[in-house]
Design a protein. Structure first.
Length: 98
């Protein structure tokens, strides 16, 4: 005979899986000649592995800009997303400064 008090409740509420955290970067638009795509450069300051001097690392990102609002020279926030094309893995979140 089983005791009803020790049985597990049948109505457990399960939460949907949380969205994964996505990387976010702030950079400057350097090219806007393609349709729905801009190139954004970010600058990261890191210490040199051997000498310790702070050096700049410049990285280019191909960013999906659905509305085509970003122009060369704009400072923008971009976010990681699913692959959209061969090179595009980032999307434009907002334009911080024109």
């Amino acid at each position: 005979m089983t005791d009803i008090a020790t049985a597990a409740p049948a109505t457990e509420v399960q939460e949907p899986p949380a969205r994964h955290l996505r990387k976010s970067r702030i950079g400057e638009v350097t090219a806007a000649k393609m349709k729905k795509t801009v190139i954004v450069e970010t600058i990261t300051r890191v210490p040199h592995a051997k000498f310790g001097k702070i050096v700049k690392q410049v990285t280019k990102f191909y960013v999906h800009d659905e509305e085509g609002k970003a122009q060369v020279g704009d400072v923008v926030r971009i976010s990681e997303t699913r692959p959209i094309s061969k090179l595009k893995r980032w999307r434009l979140v907002e334009i911080l400064k024109h």
